[in-house]
Ligand binder design. Structure first.
Ligand code: NAD
Length: 516
């Protein structure tokens, strides 16, 4: 099977690939601006059918209780993705604008392999914990804690790492026994729709267990968030949209899981290798044109070495020219859309209005007349109060900010509405660890350590989100906790009776002895 052979994707509803009731919409290559093809455009009625199918599959089949079936289906999906890896790679580069080098990691291969973690967890999980016998309020009781699926999950995802984020929801949600409706971003419909093709062709997923609803209309996400038939919303995207999702979900008190934006700090302490740290910060900020929620976009450096740090950072960033994502050497590809490019350009204009200066970059590259490219840009001369230092830009833009020692660096790093991630560099591991401990964020890289891994929970403090994705914590997000308390025969009573019997026997022996 060639994926998307007719360059037109379908919805997956109740086990069938179907057209969208609102017609189709274009999906565009952000590096060339060419239309790749079309995706099915779902309307509210299509979404309703998808939710209904997921509801039926949860309520009326034994999917949520058949762990072996769930594990088998997830492993089949993983194998199907492996078998179509090269097609998926080309699709990802074309639709997402993801640099080829990232498809062997977080943009494609790693999330496919990470499906094993979800399947293995379901297989080995202790669904029941024996809390033991007790006599609460004097009543003899045997207690068990049971973990079980939440129900129907609405998964809403962004475009920047579509496979990673789609699979980090589908894997644990389905492994835990939920059924699901996936609503991907309108910018990357094919990355989700191909799963529908692979699922129908190569897996035993029962109808309705997983539904995929592509749409050009953001309101489909809003409807999914508010629908009373949905038990939980798992959302990744901007903090503004996350707030709207939480509000919409409030009417039915749904469980809400949010992975939101970030403005993470890269802290360089005064004993660190400044050039090495700045070069790593520059590389990270340019990767995939800065379209990563956990990318460190504020570089905090010792004040006395500020100019040197700006120069070193700019030297690396200027060398990472925006390029064709097909080229295996490209680090910085295009932004996803003209809208996103214009948004980033707006922030660059704002940096100048705020009194900043560009140490490199600052706009669209002169050598590219097609594609949504922005030059990797270093902003200098601003403090942490500037809007470009506080708001998420989601482009290849790094603001360099001076600090006056470890306490000041911690203060600046934490002076943000976000709390997603951070990095600390120091020659002294203990000093780095002590700064890392004081950062109010969900993940910290110390001296180049990698926190991204299937078994490591990822998520944010403050306005960066609620809950954790991946790891055991990410699996358990998709479970409810039930306590089953069964009236029991009184073991204390039995023990008391036994001791009474023992005492009586002893007394009678004593009595008999005395009588003799
Ligand atoms: P976005 O918030 O605009 O859209 C995300 C998804 O929400 C899309 O599928 C969109 O159609 C849908 N949506 C839009 N309006 C909605 C509404 N009112 N109700 C429900 N759904 C709605 O985000 P984006 O521009 O696609 O992605 C970029 C953002 O995602 C950045 O802010 C980035 O930091 C964030 N992000 C966070 C993480 C994380 O794990 N913390 C990961 C990746 C991206």
């Amino acid at each position: 099977m060639a994926l998307l052979a007719d360059r037109e994707s379908r919805l997956l509803i109740d086990g069938k690939l179907v057209a969208g009731s609102a017609g189709t919409f274009d999906t565009v290559n952000p590096a060339t601006e060419e239309v790749l093809g079309v995706a099915a455009d779902a309307d509210a009625a299509d979404l309703g059918q998808a939710i209904e199918a997921a509801r039926r599959a949860f309520d009326e089949t034994d999917w949520s209780r058949d762990t072996a079936l769930r594990v088998r289906c997830l492993r089949q999906l993983q194998q199907a993705m492996r078998d179509h890896l090269e097609e998926l790679r080309e699709l990802t580069i074309a639709e997402v604008g993801a640099p080829r080098m990232l498809t062997s990691g977080g943009q494609l291969e790693t999330p496919i392999e990470d499906l094993s973690f979800a399947a293995d967890t379901a297989e080995n999980y202790s669904w029941t914990t024996d809390l033991g016998y007790a006599t609460p309020q004097g009543i003899p009781t045997d207690r068990r804690i049971v973990r079980e699926a939440v129900g129907v999950v609405g998964a809403i995802t962004p475009w920047n790492f579509p496979h990673q984020i789609n699979l980090a929801k589908i894997g644990p949600a389905l492994a835990a026994g939920n059924t699901l409706v996936l609503k991907p971003a309108p910018d990357t419909p094919w990355a989700a729709a191909v799963l529908g093709e692979l699922i129908t062709e190569h897996t035993d997923f029962p109808p309705g267990v997983i539904n995929i609803v592509t749409s050009s209309d953001h309101r489909i996400g809003a409807l999914l968030s508010e629908d009373p038939r949905v038990d939980m919303v798992s959302f990744t995207g901007s903090t503004a949209t996350g707030r709207a999702v939480m509000t919409a979900a409030a009417a039915t008190i749904k469980k809400v899981f949010l992975e939101l934006g970030g403005k993470s700090a890269f802290v360089v302490l005064d004993d660190a290798d400044l050039a090495g740290a700045c070069s790593m910060a520059a590389f990270t900020a340019s990767m995939h044109a800065g379209q990563g929620c956990a990318i460190t976009t504020r570089l905090l450096v010792p004040r006395q070495r500020y100019d040197e740090a700006v120069e070193a950072t700019a030297a690396t960033m200027a060398s990472l020219r925006p390029g064709d994502p097909n080229d295996a050497r490209t680090v910085c590809g295009p932004l996803i859309s003209a809208r996103q490019r214009d948004r980033v350009q707006g922030y660059l204009d704002l940096a100048i209005q705020e009194g900043g200066r560009f140490a490199c970059g600052g706009g669209r590259p002169a050598d590219r007349d097609k594609g949504f490219f922005i030059e990797p840009t270093v902003i200098a001369g601003l403090t942490n109060d500037a809007r470009v230092a506080r708001e998420e830009i989601f482009g290849p833009v790094l603001t360099v900010i001076p600090h006056d020692g470890d306490d000041d660096a911690v203060r600046i790093a934490n002076d943000s509405p976000y709390g997603l991630s951070g990095t600390v560099f120091s020659a002294d591991p203990d000093r780095a660890a002590s700064v890392a401990a004081r950062l109010r964020v969900g993940t910290v890289n110390v001296n180049g350590g990698i926190w991204y891994s299937a078994d490591a929970p990822f998520g944010g403090y403050k306005q960066s989100g609620i809950g954790r994705e991946m790891g055991l914590a990410g699996f358990e997000e998709y479970t409810e906790i039930k306590v089953i308390a069964a009236a029991a025969a009184s073991r204390d009573g039995a023990a008391a009776a036994a001791s009474r019997d023992g005492a009586a026997a002893a007394a009678s022996r004593d009595g008999a002895a005395a009588a003799q």
